[in-house]
Write a new protein. Structure first.
Length: 214
């Protein structure tokens, strides 16, 4: 019962979407009606600029960290201590907060793709894996320019790192389920890459074609 209650709280926390909170504070901007239609940090950056995107990322990463860190471990009034089975609590809360971001209760179950929230959950659950995960993300963007592909490979790298380090049980399940969810939420990116219409992050893409001077 304690595990279910914590996971439910994590899901509700995940349902607080950074871009929609900041958009409301900024005069009612709903970025789901702009750009790619996604409520995540990348679309926030492309449509609203760096300052807007910064606060979006701070909220979305922060709620992932709170869910997989303090929430998963903190004693709750009237509930048993999390000392037993804490690893399962971390895993359940980590997955639940990402699900909340992707399918937010407060916003008609239409949220973001979960990458920033995954970063926060990893920071709370297994911070030593965050650096290699982000390194895979950065290397992919620099080599091919696709942010969506970088996000998927970064999530898959998390699962691979967990398996390679001999992790098993809760944390491995968290990594595998999170990676599967991230790939699923990026299915439209996969379709656009196959069609050759996926935009690239040209400022980070090392091999971006240079504009010819007249």
């Amino acid at each position: 019962m304690t595990l279910i209650f914590r996971a439910l709280l994590a899901y509700l926390l995940g349902s607080v979407i950074g871009s929609l909170v900041v958009g409301r504070l900024r005069g009612g901007v709903d970025i789901r009606t702009l750009g790619s239609g996604n409520a995540g940090g990348t679309n926030a950056l492309r449509t609203q600029g760096k300052a807007f995107a910064f606060w979006v990322m701070l909220i979305d990463i922060g709620k992932g960290w709170v869910a997989a860190g303090p929430l998963a471990a903190a004693p709750l009034p009237g509930l048993a201590s999390a000392s037993q089975g804490q690893a399962w609590s971390v895993a359940a809360c980590g997955v639940a907060v990402i699900l909340g971001h992707v399918y937010p209760l407060w916003y008609g179950f239409k949220g973001g793709k979960g990458v920033a929230t995954l970063i926060g959950a990893v920071l709370g659950a297994a911070p030593m894996l965050l650096a290699p995960m982000l390194a895979v993300w950065l290397a992919t963007v620099m080599l091919c320019g696709y942010v969506g592909l970088a996000s998927m490979l970064g999530a898959l790298a998390l699962a691979a790192l967990e398996a390679r380090q001999g992790m098993h049980g809760p944390l491995l399940w968290f990594a595998v389920l999170a990676a599967a969810l991230i790939v699923f939420t990026h299915r439209s990116n996969i379709a656009r890459m196959r069609a050759g219409t996926e935009p690239r992050a040209r400022r980070l893409w090392l091999f971006a074609p240079r504009a010819r001077s007249s």
